[in-house]
Design a protein around this ligand. Sequence first.
Ligand code: FAD
Ligand code: FES
Ligand code: MG
Length: 286
Amino acid sequence: MQAENRIIDKSILGSDTVSFTVYCPVIAKKAKAGQFVVIRARNEGERIPLTIADRDPAKGIINITILKIGKTSRLLSSFEPGDIIPDIAGPLGKPSEIENFGTVVIIGGGVGIAPTLPIIKTMKEAGNYVISVIGARNCNGLIFKEAIKTHSDEFYTCTDDGSEGFKGFVSDFLIEYIKQHPDKKIDRVVAIGPVLMMKAVCDVTRPYGLKTIVSLNPIMVDGTGMCGSCRVEVGGKTMFGCVDGPEFDGHLVDFKLLSSRLDIYREEEKTAYNKYMENHKCKMSQ
Ligand code: FAD
Ligand code: FES
Ligand code: MG
């Protein structure tokens, strides 16, 4: 009998990304594509949201993929198989809208590639023709390649440095793809990744009138609509990323406001990170 929240497996995906398989039977049973969990890596620690990148209800496991960016993601990434994550709440957020739209282009950038996998799988199961496009700075960042390819009708990779696939951003690839396939009717685009990437994709699709769904990543605390920290503006209305999203119509999102709100605690985050690294170094040298 496994203990809840125990890490079953850990994979290192390149230099700054790790993936955990975690035993969470209740979440695994209920989670749907597009949903996330809120995690605390220490009982007294801050809460951070992470997408449920995959799940297996029969085995009671979920997969989370973490980009080491600051203090908490770094601390969590240092966990090993057998360790127990103190606190995992979920599944949270609205599931992705899945139906047979026809042809869907699903785009993942950086660590945003991980959450595209369950959407790709379920879009395919729903009968869509799925075109998957993943992008990263270099070929080491192209995570979950084989799994995504398996569930896609067409599969493309892009790298900023040209080390694999198309050389350039996923948004540049999309422009080329649309121009080279004038007869292909695209019914929906889904883009998940850094804010700038999602905005760039929306700028490409807007003139073509291609409905584009983005998964927003505002700062979240409780993930249940109570604290208001995840406020985003969509179509001129204030929405809560955690309960009204995280997926929204990208053509209606105020990306400028989202970017500026993501920077609000930059100084505090830097201080916390430096302190963590300092302590960590001390422990290493003891
Ligand atoms: P910090 O140094 O504290 O922060 C670095 C930057 O991360 C900040 O400037 C801010 O932009 C952002 N951030 C900080 N705290 C939060 C917070 N509580 N909530 C949201 N953003 C924050 N990252 C992944 O690596 N994998 C995922 O699957 C993933 N899924 C996400 C799903 C959702 C719905 C959201 C909203 C975010 C997701 N993120 C994911 C982003 C992840 O939550 C942040 O990278 C993480 O909180 C950073 O914490 P930190 O302490 O390591 O970094
Ligand atoms: Fe608190 Fe959304 S995270 S209201
Ligand atoms: Mg933090």
